[in-house]
Design a protein around this ligand. Structure first.
Ligand SMILES: CC(C)(COP(=O)(O)OP(=O)(O)OC[C@H]1O[C@@H](n2cnc3c(N)ncnc32)[C@H](O)[C@@H]1OP(=O)(O)O)[C@@H](O)C(=O)NCCC(=O)NCCS
Length: 184
């Protein structure tokens, strides 16, 4: 994927020398758990995930321009549609994680809006799906501020955490994006 730029961030492909920055936020308690994975205990844990990110389409590192480091990730994944009725449409699933020190500055909203703009305007996307655990109010606000519509809820089994969560599920269609993005 190509590099995208916002006021404060670059969204760009992962590189091997992002390893330490990635580990710095992935080892912190309360970060990965909200997205379904446990804190990384060792640099080796992070390296394994980083190699997957680099080898798989759709993973972007979030680079903080002022602080000159990677502070999070965005993933655009190919999976089955969350609800029926999207046959023949181009759809993806969105996931995101930000380093704890950077929460509450509007950074993920800025990143997600930029990514959605690129996918809807340049990459022919029809629908973006996403979801969050029902207790994750921060993620809920990001999703709401980006205009997603709640379409249901249900169990999500995290094999890594050996726990089942109740997940709220959302979609944003191209038409919805067209309306909401006028206000960004
Ligand atoms: C979810 C996450 C990406 C949010 O990133 P962020 O850059 O802090 O998000 P923003 O600053 O754009 O928006 C956060 C919103 O949550 C609100 N918020 C913060 N703490 C909150 C709380 N305890 N309860 C309710 N809302 C809260 C903020 O006020 C803000 O909303 P507002 O703009 O209406 O005031 C970040 O917290 C994170 O990475 N969490 C761990 C991983 C995760 O949850 N990933 C998503 C999995 S679905």
């Amino acid at each position: 994927m190509h590099t995208l730029e916002t006021e404060r961030l670059l969204l760009r492909p992962w590189q091997m020398d992002d390893l330490e920055d990635f580990h710095d936020y992935a080892r912190v308690e309360g970060v990965g758990e909200a997205a379904g994975w446990p804190p990384h205990n060792t640099l080796k844990d992070t390296e394994q995930v980083l190699k997957v990110f680099m080898a798989t389409e759709g993973h972007l590192a979030i680079w903080h321009k002022a602080d000159q480091k990677v502070i999070g990730s965005l993933g655009v994944h190919v999976r089955d549609a969350t609800e029926p009725g999207h046959e023949g449409k181009k759809f993806r699933h969105l996931g995101f994680v930000l380093a704890k020190d950077y929460w509450g500055q509007g950074l993920m909203t800025e990143a997600v809006r930029c990514l959605l703009t690129d996918w809807f305007e340049n990459q022919g996307l029809d629908v973006m799906f996403c979801g969050h655990f029902d207790t994750n109010m921060r993620s809920q606000r990001v999703v709401e501020k980006c205009g997603f519509e709640k379409i249901g809820e249900g169990p999500y089994e995290s094999k890594l955490l050996r726990r089942t969560f109740n997940q709220y599920r959302y979609k944003l269609t191209k038409a919805q994006y067209g309306r909401v993005s006028q206000t960004w």
